[in-house]
Every structure is written in structure tokens, then in C-alpha cells.
Ligand binder design. Structure first.
Ligand code: ZN
Length: 274
């Protein structure tokens, strides 16, 4: 059975109901262990104040999300994207986040060069890794489901992420999100291959069989078809000891509910369905 005391809230799950301060309060009220804020929320509050709030909260900051992408149509754009990431690295360091989560970007506008986009990602990571290491921040590559390859991330499987980790060495790890990788026939062996050192974050939700929207209709754990218990076992056999981070994009359901209700159900489902 999953240890409910390891539950963390990825704040996208409640971002419509709660601002960052309310999310921190909610996590504390419900006895959650961790929180994963997004960069847009830091901006909303003012990054200085937000970093202080998070650092002083006593919560484990399991990651910082939403720094943006790494692919772009020209060098100036890519340079600016790197600068945004440098800033996010600094914020992650200041708040003591366990990692900076990277959703790497898809095809630049008008491009059909997927291999080229992937080279851009590798080159950008080559710049980011030393910078993050110097700041003491681990980078966590999040492979996204192939349906996002054009728009959001051209790293689409755990094996691709592991290959990049092999190539770039220390300082780069992986954020595993069940929504993106549950279908992968190589999942078990790629989790083993990643091992404890690389498995930096574990995002949980569920894939609804009759989903109304592939991006914004994620399910609560137990409402869909993902064998969550199996994936958690694989993660833990590989040595993962971090939080179970609940990340639910849900336009028509969970974002419409009361935040306290969402957190109560989250905890029950972690205990019974993960
Ligand atoms: Zn995720």
C-alpha cells in the first residue's frame, strides 16, 4: 500500500481554486508532505515573496514546474529561453526545491524537423546542466506522451530521457509522470535503468478511458485505466523514495471542485489506489 504521508500537491491541480499562498495553507491543513509550485505562480505573487513562503513553509518542495521550453525557431529565441531557465534554476535553489522539472518543447513554429528539435534540446541541456549543478539544483527531464511531440515536448519516452541522461551525465534526472508513460512496453525496464539516482519525481493521476480532452481531462487516481500500483512498485523497486505528487489537469471536473475536497479525495486515493 502506498504511504499516504508521502503525498504532495502539484499546484496545477488546484490552481484555479487556490493561489500559491492558499495552496501552501491547504497542504499544511491537510498534512501533506510536499508541494510542487509552478513558475507562473511565483510571478503572480512576486518571486521573492513566493520563494520565501515556500522555503519557510516546512513543506518538501518536490520540484519547480513550468519554466518554459527549450526549442525555438532561432538563436535569439533559444537564448532567451535559456535565460528564463537560469532564473528558474536560481528560484529552485533559493526555495530548496528537489528539482527543476523540464518540459522541453516541441517543434518550433513552421518546422517539421523533429530530429533538429531534439538536437536543440540536447544542446540546451548541455548549457543548463553545469549551471544547475553549480547552483545545487537537479534537473528533471519529463518525457511527455507522443501526442505532445509537436507542441510541448519532443522527448517522448523514458528510454529517450535515459539516453540523454547517459549522454549528459550527472546533474540530469527524470520526472516520471504516469499520464505520459503508462502505455510504454519498456516502462519497467526503463524505470530500472533510471534507478534511484535519476528518478527525481513521480507525478500521479489517471488516464480516463473515455477522456473528453487529452490534455485537460486527467483523472483522479483510481478513476481510469493506469495500473498505478504496478508503476509505484516498479518505482520503489528501483529505489525511488520521494513523494507521490498529484498532478491533475482537469478543466471540467477537479478544477471545478472545492480545493479542500480535492485534497481529501487525493489522500484517500493515494492510500487505496496507488
Ligand atoms: Zn507531470
Amino acid at each position: 500500500m502506498a504511504d499516504v504521508s508521502r503525498t504532495a500537491l502539484n499546484t496545477i491541480t488546484t490552481h484555479r481554486q487556490w493561489n500559491l499562498a492558499q495552496a501552501v495553507e491547504g497542504c499544511l491543513r491537510h498534512g501533506l508532505k510536499g508541494i510542487t509550485p509552478w513558475c507562473f505562480q511565483l510571478k503572480e505573487m512576486g518571486s521573492k515573496q513566493a520563494v520565501k513562503l515556500l522555503r519557510d513553509s516546512g513543506l518538501t518542495i518536490t520540484g519547480l514546474c513550468g519554466a518554459g521550453m527549450l526549442t525555438g525557431p532561432d538563436q535569439a529565441t533559444r537564448r532567451a529561453l535559456l535565460d528564463t531557465h537560469y532564473q528558474a534554476i536560481d528560484h529552485a535553489a533559493e526555495m530548496g526545491a528537489a528539482c527543476l522539472v523540464l518540459v522541453v518543447g516541441g517543434l518550433p513554429d513552421g518546422s517539421k524537423d523533429l530530429a533538429g528539435a531534439r538536437r536543440q534540446v540536447r544542446d540546451a541541456l548541455g548549457q543548463l546542466v553545469p549551471r544547475a549543478q553549480a547552483a545545487g539544483v537537479a534537473l528533471a527531464l519529463e518525457p511527455l506522451h507522443p501526442m505532445y511531440a509537436a507542441t510541448t515536448a519532443c522527448i517522448n519516452s523514458l528510454s529517450q530521457a535515459n539516453d540523454l541522461c547517459d549522454e549528459l551525465g550527472d546533474g540530469l534526472g527524470i520526472a516520471l509522470d504516469v499520464y505520459h508513460v503508462w502505455w510504454d512496453p519498456q516502462l519497467e525496464q526503463e524505470i530500472q535503468r533510471a534507478g534511484a539516482d535519476r528518478l527525481l519525481a513521480f507525478h500521479v493521476c489517471d488516464w480516463l478511458e473515455n477522456t473528453r480532452d487529452l490534455a485537460f481531462d486527467r483523472g483522479m487516481m483510481g478513476d481510469g485505466v493506469i495500473d498505478l500500483k504496478q508503476i509505484r512498485r516498479w518505482m520503489e523497486l528501483a529505489g525511488y523514495q520521494g513523494c507521490y505528487e498529484v498532478e491533475i489537469f482537469s478543466q471540467q471536473d477537479w478544477w471545478e471542485r472545492d480545493g479542500d475536497e480535492v485534497l481529501s479525495i487525493m489522500k484517500r486515493r493515494i492510500a487505496s489506489r496507488l
